[in-house]
Design a protein around this ligand. Structure first.
Ligand SMILES: NC(=O)c1ccc[n+]([C@@H]2O[C@H](COP(=O)([O-])OP(=O)(O)OC[C@H]3O[C@@H](n4cnc5c(N)ncnc54)[C@H](O)[C@@H]3O)[C@@H](O)[C@H]2O)c1
Length: 364
């Protein structure tokens, strides 16, 4: 898969202790990469980083991405072939309680990475991960395209839009003149999957409640989301890295990685489907509390035609498979299954097989 481009390569993942970073680490290890990590902390308790035993499987430092000198030195010590930049304050609710920290982690942190990149004298491919929230959300029904206006009315979205401007300006001022650097930007939306324990996420609240044998409390059962498994955008990030490395796509561009339209379901349906897989009676599984708006107000959809045209990428799993993957992972964890690294690897393998069945070239 991915043309074996990661085999035997040094790959640095910032934010490697987080939800996406942990899944990416397992996948890179499976591809034969030597993985290095740079993260401030282990963001949750429990955390997939610990549950899957990743601490023992990667080279890793705990340090702040805003510390320019520290990141510069680590980059030069590791001399990676690939960098995936995921370190960020990624929780929207926290951006309301810690707005300044969110801005510095997401904007100054991005500048730290790029400032170090401009001093690199070896060949390196960099994928900068931002978010679908980088787009100025005008609440229309159409999917946002890579050339739409960036912005953000809340601090988290603003910090992601600002990170994009920092990337663009470093790219034009420095990086595009460097023959040894390939750089791309990846924008994806909310993801779900086993191994997430972040605050204020419906799947996390659901599996925690079910593991305790109680109903999950939900406020907006009719809110809809385009549910996307974490492996979907990760396959996009890795495909983008491969394509940049092999000179198959234009250097310095952004790509959207979003789910198919039919993945959009209500919160109620997702919770009930997890309940059924978990072996809970639907009527015991959900308690609706508070105000119940009929529909989720904020529409934000990505148009992924560019990723399909230039990377041959689209998402692979059907909604039912996404739910199966999630339930299997958390149920195994809460039932005390010990080899969560092995289970994660097997889910990645099944994902790759599904992608092959869909004819996706990266999976060959
Ligand atoms: N999870 C999602 O649904 C989602 C959706 C869109 C975009 N993203 C983006 O993907 C990336 C990863 O998200 P995630 O869900 O894995 O987040 P997470 O909260 O699970 O993990 C965040 C990671 O960043 C590290 N980090 C945070 N602040 C740091 C700092 N100042 N210095 C060094 N490390 C720091 C943490 O230690 C952790 O490793 C983020 O850029 C996030 O904004 C996530």
């Amino acid at each position: 898969m991915f043309g074996n481009v990661f085999q035997g390569k040094r790959v640095l993942v910032t934010g490697n202790t987080g939800f996406k970073g942990s899944w990416l680490t397992v996948w890179l290890l499976k591809c034969g990469a030597d993985v290095y990590g740079y993260s401030k902390d282990v963001p949750t308790e429990p955390a997939m980083f610990e549950v899957a035993g990743l601490r023992e499987k990667v080279h890793h430092v705990f340090a702040d991405i805003r510390n320019k000198a520290s990141f510069h030195d680590y980059l030069h010590e590791v001399k990676p072939d690939f960098v995936f930049h995921l370190a960020a304050q990624a929780i929207v609710s926290k951006s309301y309680t810690e707005p300044f920290d969110t801005v510095t982690a997401n904007v100054v942190g991005t500048a730290s990475v790029l400032d170090a990149v401009k001093s690199v004298d070896w060949d390196m491919t960099v994928v900068m991960i931002t978010s679908d929230k980088a787009y100025d959300n005008v609440e229309w029904i159409w999917g946002y395209r890579e050339n739409d206006v960036l912005g953000g009315k809340d601090v988290y979205s603003g910090s992601k839009g600002a990170a994009e401007l920092v990337i663009k300006s470093y790219w034009h001022s420095f990086v595009k003149k460097m023959d040894n650097i390939k750089l791309g930007v990846a924008r994806a939306g909310n993801v779900i999957g086993g191994g997430d324990w972040s605050a204020d996420r419906i799947v996390v609240d659901t599996v925690k409640a079910f593991a305790a044998g109680v109903a999950v409390e939900i406020r907006s059962p009719q809110a809809t989301r385009p549910w996307q498994h974490v492996l979907e955008p990760l396959s996009g990030y890795m495909r983008l890295a491969q394509s940049l490395h092999d000179g198959m796509v234009t250097n310095g561009e952004a790509f959207n990685f979003g789910p198919r339209a039919e993945q959009t379901k209500t919160v109620m349906q997702l919770v009930c489907d997890i309940a059924r897989n978990w072996g809970m009676e639907e009527k015991e599984a959900v308690r609706i509390t508070g105000h119940v708006p009929f529909e989720e107000a904020r529409l934000l959809k990505l148009n992924c035609d560019k990723a399909l045209a230039y990377l041959g990428w689209h998402s692979a799993l059907r909604y039912e498979q996404t739910v199966d993957f999630i339930t299997e992972w958390y149920k195994a964890y809460y039932d005390g299954y010990e080899d969560m690294f092995g289970l994660t690897e097997r889910q990645i393998q099944r994902f790759v097989e599904t992608a092959k069945g869909e004819g996706l070239a990266w999976a060959e």
